[in-house]
Design a protein around this ligand. Structure first.
Ligand code: FMN
Length: 247
């Protein structure tokens, strides 16, 4: 641990008698902080809850998959998952992680039965509904019905999207990996809906500023998106030739 950057003044603070409570408080305020706790964490030695707190507060912001699936009675289940991302585009693959707490959650249960799901993306307008749908509703109870959300059909599969979500990915389950309690569902994206006005369909250009996407932080907090640019990426000439990079 390196030395503290704060130092204690050697003389009493000016204008104060030594030993008064005001003086003690002032001295406390400039006392060096105790050394910070270790910064190397052996994750396997931590409680699951503490691992979760660290990881979810550091790997931020995370996009949110608001996943719709079909229940056994054909009603529609909806739940958010922020262990989520798109993993590649050739073919287009998404992954999300519904952990097996006391038991398998409804979303992966339904996917196991039907092999299909829709990832609805989340903007500020639907954030509160997304959050509300994360309640532990009993199996078979439709969050869509409970919250009065509107659905819209997609041309791929029979799982509908959430009508007010700005974009939705129709997915077919590719495989599911179980590592202890950590479940990772991999899906191949077959079709994509984008709300009118957000995309230039000729140039495949999505208006990032109009999207108002929401992400998840640690401690149950959310973040808005605020785009900025860093200019063009270093060119092949600048860094030396290598194979073509489509990204
Ligand atoms: C923004 C947000 C993100 C979440 N991300 C996850 C996640 O990645 N994995 C998970 O298991 N639960 C996550 N949850 C909790 C689930 O949404 C919650 O357990 C839900 O009840 C699961 O619903 P289901 O049983 O209908 O699938 C998240 C909750 C919120 C509000």
């Amino acid at each position: 641990m390196g030395p503290s950057v704060l130092s204690i003044p050697s003389a009493p603070l000016p204008g104060r008698a030594r030993g008064t409570s005001a003086n003690r408080a002032a001295r406390r305020a400039v006392r060096p902080r105790p050394p910070q706790r270790p910064v190397d964490f052996d994750l396997n030695a931590l409680r699951q809850r503490d691992r979760y707190k660290l990881l979810t507060a550091l790997v931020v912001p995370r996009p949110i998959a608001w996943v719709t699936t079909r229940n056994a009675d054909a009603s529609v289940n909806a739940a958010p998952f922020s262990f989520f991302n798109v993993m590649g585009a050739a073919p287009p693959v998404v992954a999300f992680g519904p952990d097996d707490g006391p038991g398998i959650k409804d979303t992966p249960h339904n996917i196991r039965k039907t092999g299909r799901f829709v990832v609805n993306l989340v903007d500020e307008a639907v954030a509160a509904a997304m959050h509300a749908s994360s309640g532990a509703y009993p199996r078979g109870v439709s969050e869509i019905d409970a919250l009065g959300l509107a659905l819209a059909d997609m041309p791929w599969g029979d799982v509908p999207r959430i009508a007010d979500a700005p974009a939705a990915l129709a997915c077919r389950e590719h495989s599911t990996i179980l590592i202890g309690r950590t479940r990772v569902v991999l899906g191949v994206v077959e079709g994509l809906y984008v709300r009118d006005g957000l995309v230039d369909a000729e140039r495949f250009h999505v208006d990032q500023d109009a999207l108002h996407a929401v992400g998840r932080l640690g401690g149950g907090r959310y973040t808005r998106t605020d785009a900025f640019e860093l200019g063009p990426r270093p060119s092949a000439a600048e860094v030396g030739e290598r194979r073509p990079d489509p990204g």
